[in-house]
Write a protein that binds this ligand. Structure first.
Ligand code: BG6
Ligand code: MG
Length: 211
């Protein structure tokens, strides 16, 4: 067996919540009159909430206090959480669900490795909270991707050393995080053509041929 564990990012890999992040940030950017587009949004993938706002503020020409930053990041999160409320298990693509089941059938362990503080709530909503052996997320890390902390904790929770783990990511920051600690990385979506990734996936089930 080449890998003993698969560590999966959540937003943009298991479900399409990356679109909701985009919508919520766009509302905030519009309110502040800041330019915001897909290219800027792609830089926010895998990056924590406050760090994401700092990237958006690169295009803001006024000063903003820490209190104001907290106000806007809280507001972004409320908009985002409202969008999450309608989610159900039907929001998991059939290709994703069948791939997760196939990985489990091969006896390979699975963990979530996400920067999001909303990860557990999303997993409950899509019916996958109990599916994974471990969840490492934005509530237990001190540094966001591209720091590898979230993946190292996932491998620790699973009790499987990094070289036996493969990470699945749609964020370039996530690919960098995995590679920096000797984990292979299968990249999908926005990161699919990112050269440092070990494999490029068109859809999640493409992963099965590399396991
Ligand atoms: C990551 C997303 O999964 O979580 C980022 O890719 C997001 O875009 C980050 O900023 C933090 O999410 P949350 O839900 O804690 O605001
Ligand atoms: Mg992601």
């Amino acid at each position: 067996m080449k890998y003993k564990a698969v560590i999966l990012d959540l937003d943009g890999v298991i479900c399409h919540t990356d679109q909701y992040h985009y919508e919520a940030w766009r509302t905030i950017a519009d309110e502040l009159g800041i330019i915001f587009n897909e290219d800027i949004n792609n830089r926010l993938r895998g990056v924590g909430r406050m760090q994401s706002f700092d990237i958006i503020l690169e295009n803001y020409d006024k000063a903003m206090s820490e209190d104001e930053k907290l106000f806007y990041t809280d507001k972004k999160n409320s908009i985002y959480v409202d969008l999450l409320h309608a989610m159900t298990p039907l929001d998991v693509d059939p290709d994703v669900m069948s791939t997760l089941s196939a990985i489990r059938a091969r006896g390979i362990k699975m963990a979530i490795g996400s920067s999001s503080q909303n990860a557990k709530m999303i997993l409950h909503k899509i019916g996958l909270f109990s599916f994974f052996e471990a969840i490492s997320d934005g509530t237990n890390i001190t540094r966001t991707k591209p720091d590898p902390e979230v993946f190292l904790l996932a491998s620790e929770y699973l009790d499987i050393d990094p070289p036996w783990c493969i990470v699945v990511e749609d964020a370039k920051a996530g690919v960098d995080a995995a590679k920096s600690v000797n984990m292979d990385c299968a990249a999908i979506g926005d990161a699919a053509d990112y050269a440092p990734a070990t494999y490029s996936l068109g859809k999640l089930s493409d992963l099965l041929k590399y396991l």
